[in-house]
Write a protein that binds this ligand. Sequence first.
Ligand code: AMP
Length: 249
Amino acid sequence: MQLVRNFRLGSYHDVGLIGSISHRKFSCARHSLSQKRIEAVIIGPPGSGKGTISSRIVKDFQLDHLSSGDILRSHIQKKTDFGNKIAPIVTSGQLVPFELLAPLMEHETKSSKSPSGWLLDGYPRSLQQTERLHKTSAPNVTIYLNVPFATIIDRIKSRWVHIASGRVYNLDFNPPKVPFKDDVTNEPLDQRDDDKPESVRKRLEVYQSMVDPVLKFYRDKKLLIEFSGTESNVIWPEVKKFLAQFQKV
Ligand code: AMP
C-alpha cells in the first residue's frame, strides 16, 4: 500500500489506511504552522504505547513532560501536604478530585520552563478537566493514539510473570527459555488477573467511556489529530513528522 504523507492542515482530511497506520486529521488550527511552541495533550488507552510515544516526543522536541500520574506520585514520594492528602486516593486507584487536581495541572502548564512547550499526559481525562484546561492553558493540538482494543488485549495477554521474583516475560518479544517456566527457578509462570483478556477489555471499556467526551470536545474544536495503528514504531514517525511542522517557521 502506498505511503501517503500529507500533513496539509486546515481542513478535515481522512488519509485512510497507510500500511498498518492510518491517521485522520481534523482541521488543526491553521495558525499552528507558524507557531513554534507545542502545547499538546496526548490521549491513548493503557497499553497503546502512549508511554513510548510520549517519551520520544518530549526527547525529540524538548518539551516538558507533564504527566499527571508522575506529578502526583512525586508529591506522594516527597510527602508534601498535597501528597499526603492525595496518597490514599491514588493508592486505591481512584481519580483525584477535580478541585485538587485542576489547579495543580494549571500551575504545571503555567510554570513550564521549556521554551519549546509542554506535553500533557494523563490529563485531562474528563470533560470537566478538559473544559477547565481550555480556559486556562488551551492546548494547540491533541494527539490521539487509536490502537485497536484487540491489539492491546493480545499484547497484554502475552505477558506472564514469575510471581515470587517479579520477573516478567512476554511470549512474543521476551519469551522464557522453556515455555511458561521461569528462566532462573524453572517454576511455572502465571498470568496476573489484571492481564487476563476479560479484565483488560473491561479496563479499556471504562477508559473509552471516560475519554469519549474529551475526544469529542477536541474534535469539535478541530484540535484532534488521530493516529490509528498497531505498532508504536510505525505510529511514531508519523507523529514526529506531524509535530515537526510546529517548529518550522
Ligand atoms: P496514571 O499514572 O496516569 O495511571 O495515574 C495514576 C493515578 O493518578 C490515577 O490512578 C489517579 O489516581 C491519579 N490521576 C492521574 N491523572 C488523573 C486525572 N486526570 N484525573 C484524576 N486522577 C488522576
